[in-house]
Design a protein around this ligand. Structure first.
Ligand code: HEC
Length: 302
């Protein structure tokens, strides 16, 4: 009776674990349709696949292993799939790009660590393992991104930051409609995103709610970064300094006397105590060595 109970329990536990691990493995990617249809503006060929391989070796191989050899990191759950597998190759280029931009579970996102060009090149490398793959090129022309100007306007009364995005084409200004816009403030380590990611309206405008209480430098300057991503003009980034933060006089980490600071700022008594301790310990070491010498001499005499 007792044995039977245990067997039933083990079986149930086994089924539950198997169910959950299957769930994790079977989980596919839920990519918004406009992202799914995104295509590369770079034509995939042997050269792009070769540069993509370098990007892969540096950034992906530690988890995914060699493509086609199914020798990825087995300790992660879910496991990083072999990217030549049918399941992965069935994803669209846009989906692969989205996965690189967002990550999931142990899969990191590469949106800010790899340039858009490198993200496409690594996808080109992944596609080189699929003989049936036929590329659809995107309409994006990144050389046109230089034509784009992002104007930032801050309304102090409403605390709203308005961005207008315009491309100065030879034929006249063209507003960028339905382009993805992100706003950031530069911080010590990396960037802090402000509000949500939004899209420009039909006049090329995007409005963000801006927090009132962001600490700036001593006079309240903040470095604002806007990132725009457009179908045709590609990715555009623009930086401005605006005096809209709270003035904060933060002394540098080494300005005051502190345990990690330079010798110059140390109090005299610490220098004297420290030096004497070092000297006394040194003296004892000399004495010990001298006595050892003496002992060995006495030993030799007998
Ligand atoms: C720290 C480990 C790690 C690194 C580094 C990593 N990945 Fe992943 N990757 C994973 C894991 C784990 C998954 C599965 C995630 C999931 O399904 O939730 C994954 C999933 C993927 C998928 C989805 C495949 C599919 O069929 O579901 C793609 C594509 C991918 N990674 C590409 C890359 C590329 C390209 C790089 C390098 C630029 C990279 N990964 C770097 C761990 C990693």
């Amino acid at each position: 009776m007792f044995r039977k109970n245990i067997i039933i329990k083990i079986t149930i536990a086994f089924i539950i674990t198997a169910f959950f691990s299957l769930q994790l493995n079977a989980q596919r990617w839920d990519v918004p349709s406009n992202k799914k249809a995104k295509n590369s503006y770079i034509k995939f060929d042997n050269n792009t696949a070769k540069s993509g391989e370098e990007v892969y070796t540096k950034n992906c191989k530690s988890c995914h292993g060699d493509v086609g050899k199914a020798n990825g990191n087995k300790t992660l759950n879910p496991q990083p799939p072999d990217l030549s597998s049918t399941l992965t190759q069935e994803l669209t280029d846009g989906e692969l790009f989205y996965i690189l931009n967002t990550g999931r579970n142990a899969m990191p996102n590469f949106k800010n660590t790899l340039s858009e060009e490198d993200r496409w090149k690594v996808i080109s490398y992944i596609r080189s393992f699929n003989k049936k793959y036929v590329q659809v090129l995107s309409k994006t022309d990144p050389s046109k991104s230089k034509l784009v100007k992002i104007n930032m306007n801050f309304n102090a009364a409403t605390n709203k930051m308005n961005l207008s995005v315009v491309a100065n084409e030879a034929s006249g200004p063209v507003v960028l409609k339905d382009a993805e816009v992100m706003l950031f403030v530069s911080r010590y380590f990396g960037k802090l995103q402000i509000d949500k990611t939004i899209r420009t309206d039909k006049d090329g405008n995007a409005t963000f709610n801006f927090p009132k209480d962001l600490p700036g430098d001593s006079i309240g300057n903040l470095t604002i970064v806007a990132k725009v991503s457009d179908e045709i003009y590609g990715e555009i980034e623009s930086q401005t300094k605006l005096t809209i933060g709270v003035p904060t006089d933060k002394p540098s980490l080494t300005a005051k006397r502190a345990i990690w600071n330079v010798l110059k700022l140390a109090p005299w008594w610490i220098i004297i105590t420290y030096t004497s301790i070092v000297l006394i310990v040194g003296l004892f070491l000399v004495l010990i060595v001298r006595n050892l010498f003496r002992i060995s001499k006495i030993g030799a005499q007998q």
